[in-house]
Design a protein around this ligand. Structure first.
Ligand code: SAM
Length: 218
C-alpha cells in the first residue's frame, strides 16, 4: 500500500497527468473497492512504460491485474499484433478489469486469466518466451513468480518487480503496514537470487515502493 503521496510524486504527476479515459475508469473501479492505494501510481507507471518501450515488446505477462490500470500502461507499449496476459485471482477484481480493458480484450490484444497465478502461469509457457514480465501480485509468492519469470523471459527481455521494499519490512522497519514472515522471506530470497545470477543484471529504482528492473543477458 502506498504511503501518502510525496511532494516529488505530486510534482511529477502535475506534469504527466491527466490519464486517459480507460485509466480514469480503472482508477475509479479500484477506488470503489477502497484499493486505489495499491494501484500503480502514475509516476511509477510512466517510468515502467518508458523503459519497456525501449525493447518494442510483443508479448507481456502481468501478475496482479487489480482493475487493469498497470495493464493499460503496458498495452500502450505493444505493437498492434502484440499481446498481454494478465493474471488475477480475485473474481471481483477480474470483473472490474474486464470493464477497463474491454477494448483490448475485444481486439484480442489482452487476455485476463482469472485464478491463482502460481497455478495458471504454466498454461502460457507455450506462448513464450516473453519480452517483459511485471510481478505485482501476492508478495508471499514473489520467489516462485521469479522462478517462473527467469525461465520464460527472452534474452534481452525485462522483468519489473514492484513493492520490493515491503514498506521497509525488508530492512526491518516496523510500519503500520504489516508483512508476515513468509512475505518478507520470499521477497528477500528472490532479491538475493536475482543479484547472484550471472545471467541477469538488475537495478533498484528507489521509488516509494521499491521497484526492481531485471534484464536477462544470457
Ligand atoms: C498490487 S495489486 C495489483 C495492482 C495492479 N498491477 C496495478 O498496478 O494496477 C495486486 C493484485 O494481485 C492479486 N492477487 C493476489 N494474489 C494473487 C494470486 N495468487 N494470483 C493472481 N493474482 C493475485 C490481488 O487480488 C490484487 O488485485
Amino acid at each position: 500500500m502506498r504511503k501518502k503521496q510525496s511532494p516529488s510524486y505530486a510534482y511529477i504527476e502535475a506534469q504527466i497527468l491527466p490519464e486517459n479515459n480507460d485509466k480514469i475508469l480503472a482508477r475509479r473501479l479500484s477506488q470503489e473497492i477502497g484499493l486505489e492505494a495499491i494501484s500503480i501510481s502514475p509516476t511509477e507507471a510512466s517510468l515502467i512504460k518508458f523503459v519497456v518501450s525501449f525493447i518494442n515488446p510483443q508479448k507481456i505477462v502481468e501478475i496482479g491485474t487489480l482493475t487493469g490500470l498497470s495493464s493499460l500502461y503496458f498495452l500502450e507499449t505493444l505493437k498492434a499484433d502484440g499481446h498481454l496476459w494478465t493474471f488475477e485471482k480475485s473474481t471481483d477484481h477480474a470483473k472490474r478489469a474486464r470493464q477497463s480493458l474491454a477494448n483490448y480484450v475485444q481486439n484480442k490484444q489482452c487476455t485476463i486469466v482469472e485464478g491463482d497465478a502460481f497455478d495458471l502461469l504454466p498454461t502460457i509457457d507455450k506462448e513464450g518466451p516473453f519480452d517483459a514480465i511485471f510481478i505485482d501480485g501476492n508478495k508471499g509468492a514473489y520467489y516462485d513468480y521469479w522462478q517462473w519469470a527467469k525461465k520464460n523471459i527472452r534474452v534481452g527481455g525485462l522483468v519489473f518487480i514492484d513493492n520490493v521494499f515491503l514498506a521497509g519490512a525488508v530492512w526491518g522497519d516496523q510500519t503500520q503496514q504489516k508483512f508476515n514472515e513468509k512475505q518478507v522471506s520470499a521477497v528477500k530470497k528472490m532479491t538475493s537470487n536475482i543479484f547472484s545470477d550471472v545471467n541477469f543484471s538488475a537495478t533498484f529504482i528507489p521509488t516509494e515502493e521499491g521497484l526492481l528492473i531485471v534484464k536477462r543477458y544470457a
